[in-house]
Design a protein around this ligand. Sequence first.
Ligand code: PAF
Length: 283
Amino acid sequence: MKGCMKIIKSISEMQSFSRKARSSGDAIGFVPTMGYLHEGHMSLAREARAKNAKTVISIFVNPAQFGPSEDFAAYPRDMEGDLEKCESARVDAVFVPDVREMYPEGFSTHVDVVAATDVMEGIRRPGHFRGVATVVLKLFNIVMPARAYFGRKDYQQTVVIRRMARDLNLDAEVVVMPTVREPDGLAMSSRNAYLSGPERAAAPVIYRALLEAEKLYGGGERSAAALALGVRKVLGEEPMIETEYAEVSDTETLAPLKQVTAGAVLAVAARIGKTRLIDNILL
Ligand code: PAF
């Protein structure tokens, strides 16, 4: 039914929506996003809708998770298009606070997840996970979800959020869903919008590189260095790509591995022109 979706800007209104739902016994499935919604986000929304009585999406480009030289101002935004997508997905409420609402004058509390943030994105983007954990905790307190849905493309983010949820006894189940890919393998990401035509044509090499590691692993290779080298070799064949890292880590702690004995995550960050993309596969 069209026209039933609530667009909520204030924290107090969002909390009263959520309290009302919870007091009627309606579980809330929550998809936190920074907008510029794509099929990856919509797959999370569908799962939220399938498993919960109410579905809430938040759209908030969180300044706290961007470094001073990162792309906060340029981050793609399309509120009108996003709301249409939410409406078609029959989302019950979209929470769209502004920065002042989320971080009023005097705001001075942060969440630092210590484990799993001293590797990969954590060292290349100082302060990023502090910003993510802080906003996600705030959003959980505002939306009060029974379940919250995150994409596996941001693997380290899912580890950090799970850790925070466990450590702080959050009353929400953190659900991680598979990465959604374009037909050519490129992981869906709002940042793909930055890519020029030739860059977009080059970008699927990231997934091909991960598949190469999967092939090596399937063939019996267990050395993390050899698997990472396999990824770097394929990425190196594409002149537009600059590899930042290719790391094989423990799926739970993200500690770097030497040998893959009981599964691992192979995560990659690469730059194509000015765009920084990340992706990963589970081995
Ligand atoms: O994954 C994202 O889009 C963001 O990091 C999140 C979880 C919405 C927090 O701002």
